[in-house]
Design a protein around this ligand. Structure first.
Ligand code: SAM
Length: 253
């Protein structure tokens, strides 16, 4: 899957730059917001098994106890190769796989199935949730980290700055949307496009419910950045009020 054909939502086109941005320990928001919150809640033990769908270059695997059995799947061949190179001594296994299609693994009944900032890049939500459930232990947890679907809708949400306050304006929310993301905005010729699929929160709930998964936790995480200068007060207030990320945790019922 080197080039993007019809139906390909992988980040192969941006694999080199995305892999470098994430690096060994994660991008800024991975390190400052997502992993501190997620890893504390997951409390992964060395004896646990973890399956990650849309694992990119495998950054999560490197933050788990080295003895934990981890499987990471992604539709970008280059990112999977990078994950293999970066894995070190961890018990991590990576597979080039479109996770909207059924797949087989040498392990089953994972205690944790994780999808970090990837479900919104996948076309068929129901298929991914069905696959997540197939590989989940009956008492395991499905962890889904999203760009907050109510406030971060590419091309349909933006900051509005008034004299004393900064607000988030949302133009469209209820309708599912397929939004092209230009990963190389400066370039005139070498366009690199990935896809973002917006669904309202009720869309996620419906997909989980259809597969008998119940939401057992929902968290909203704000950015930890601090502004300086004359607009600092209103920008910091807006950052504390408008969450960037959402975590959904679901279990089979
Ligand atoms: C924003 S990246 C996140 C990667 C990783 N979870 C992280 O946090 O660094 C989204 C990932 O989803 C993957 N992806 C998109 N569609 C996919 C599919 N159908 N099957 C597997 N992976 C897919 C992309 O290749 C990309 O690596």
């Amino acid at each position: 899957m080197k080039s993007q054909g019809p139906g390909d939502t992988s980040w192969e086109v941006s694999a080199k730059s995305y892999g470098a941005l994430v690096g060994q320990k994660g991008s800024y928001y991975h390190q400052a917001v997502i992993f501190p919150n997620l890893l504390q809640l997951m409390a992964v033990k060395p004896s646990d098994t973890v399956l990650e769908l849309g694992c990119g270059q495998g950054v999560l695997s490197r933050l788990l106890p080295p003895q934990t059995t981890y499987f990471g799947l992604d539709a970008s061949e280059t990112l999977i190769k990078e994950a293999q190179k970066r894995k070190g001594k961890h018990h991590a296994y990576f597979k080039f796989q479109d996770v909207t299609r059924p797949f087989k693994l040498t392990k089953s009944n994972f205690k944790h199935v994780v999808i970090i900032l990837a479900l919104q890049n996948m076309r068929d939500l129901e298929a991914v949730i069905a696959n997540a459930k197939t590989h989940l232990h009956p008492k395991g947890k499905l962890w889904i980290v999203l760009n907050h679907p109510a406030f971060r809708i590419p091309k349909n949400s933006e900051w509005v700055t008034e004299e004393k306050r900064q607000s988030r304006l949302v133009h469209a929310y209820m309708s599912p949307q397929k939004i092209p993301i230009d990963m190389n905005p400066g370039a005139k010729t070498q366009k690199k496009t990935t896809w973002s699929f917006h669904r309202p929160l009720s869309g996620y709930m419906a997909a989980l419910k259809a597969h008998k998964l119940a939401v057992v936790d929902l968290q909203e995480w704000v950015s930890d950045k601090e502004s300086e200068g004359k607009n600092a007060a209103r920008e910091n207030k807006a950052r504390d009020e408008i969450p960037m990320f959402m975590l959904l945790v679901a279990m089979i019922h």
